[in-house]
Unconditional design. Sequence first.
Length: 217
Amino acid sequence: MAKVTAPLLSFGASGTIGKTATFAVWRGVKYARQRVTPANPRTVAQQSNRVLFAAMGEMWKVAPVLVQSPWNAFAQGRPFTGRNKMIGENVRVIGGEADMQNFIGSPGARGGLIPTDVSAVAGGASGEIDVSFTNPAAPTGWALASAIACAFPDQDPTIEFGGPIVADEDAVTFNAVTLAGLGSAVSCVVAGWLQWTKPDGSTAYSVGISTTSLSAA
């Protein structure tokens, strides 16, 4: 980067001249640099990563509020959105995999305690999965508000997200959630996490635990 004075016989310049030099101002300093055309890599790995970004973006768009809420809580007051965080974290753990079993359902927010265990089995009706929670004791002044689970059909992460993604919660006993609408005998990725109420009345979320299950035939 070269600093310039009165560029092009003027007192200011910006933009690109003749596809060779770019003039601009950075923090009040006029400069010129060689014009560089950004690369557009198209290797197999890079194209797969782009498709995965798109798949995660589509998943976010159709995800229920129960799925989006912990991500939005994590992003509150930070220089990114819940959507950005969800896409970034899942691209990191799913990229290069043949399936989506490493899916992160919740990043955790505000110190919510994680379930001791989350398990999933085929439900009692076609397309259902029953999710069971084993939960830790609540710290003094804390209260469990909900056990939340989501599921979606497992798939190759390098193709367009096919969905659906469903979610539900147990805000009474905090230990059992039934997810419906997943299709008959479909291999699904399941994630479960806890929502807590802190002593000051604010909401906290645990990190999610992921597992897999066939939906009921």
